[in-house]
Design a binder for this molecule. Sequence first.
Ligand code: FMN
Length: 339
Amino acid sequence: MSSARWVRFWNTEPDMSSGPLLFLAPMAGVTNTVFRSLCKELGADVLTTEFVSAEGILHRNERTRRYLEFQPLERPLGIQLFGADPSRLAEAVKAVIDWVSPDFIDLNFGCPVNKVVSRNGGSALLKDCPLLASVAREVVAAAGSLPVTAKIRIGWDSRSVNALETARILEGEGISRLAVHGRTKEQGYTGEADWRVIGAVADAVKIPVIGNGDIDSAAVALQRLRETNVAGLMIGRAAMCHPWIFREIRSAIDGGGAPEVVTLRMKWDFIFEHTRREVEWWGGKEELAIRSMRARFMSYTRGLPGGARLRERLQQVTSEDSLRAIAEGHLLEYGDQPV
Ligand SMILES: Cc1cc2nc3c(=O)[nH]c(=O)nc-3n(C[C@H](O)[C@H](O)[C@H](O)COP(=O)(O)O)c2cc1C
């Protein structure tokens, strides 16, 4: 691993001259300000909001305001936008800079969800390179001195893998950094991320490329860094289940000893802390906050002993007290073992 590629991209970013940056992947319904802050505390270097529609920003609706909330400790923080109309996106960029003053804007060219694709947003732009170029051009112009980054998939389907072409176009239009998820739109989340394509993109452009897809341990992270010239790694689903992964990867990169082993008690304490902060974020509306956390509970408990029965009980939970009761019962049954 040469150190030349581990550069800070702009002034607001941590100086990581000794190693690659670790990114928390944007995940709709998951990476709100509460979860992002927790990941930052566990070693994620750069955070991005989940995707936000340009129209939502222009209409300043309440749901969008919630998506855009962040804490000062989350900086450098990017707002991820999606849309298909270059001039509306450009207007939205100006509005969002004015509204919340992010550190960078990230363009979503990877979302496979039908609601987005059918309106020509997200990964639909991978099929329309002229439109992709004009979205990037207008957004870069609208952002002025603020960096604009992008996140792509490697192509629409296996017959049209065009990540090298889209990466070169985006670089040419002034995109500062590119995250590449190594799957096609057609794959959704099935199959495996193709890291050969990610590596080829990293070799083909001068802007920093961040590799994304299936990093679920420090060992896999190190392997990807060895095999490719990516400037950083982006982690999504593994962080949803085990947010300590950032700390574990950093420790492996630094060549230090193994970080503290995560135990069942630590995991429950983390779940309580996440829940406490979520309730606070929901203005004390405990039941509402906990209902919104149920999918998080499912991720956190994946792979835990007695998981199926545990998850059944967690589907019914409505208060912090009942969550604690479930946890105490679980710890009593299985003890404080490494997880
Ligand atoms: C629940 C969920 C929501 C996602 N939402 C977004 C999103 O809003 N914007 C985006 O660019 N990618 C989104 N993604 C894709 C992730 O950012 C990431 O590219 C993908 O999960 C692959 O990385 P991983 O293997 O580390 O999970 C989402 C993925 C998941 C699982």
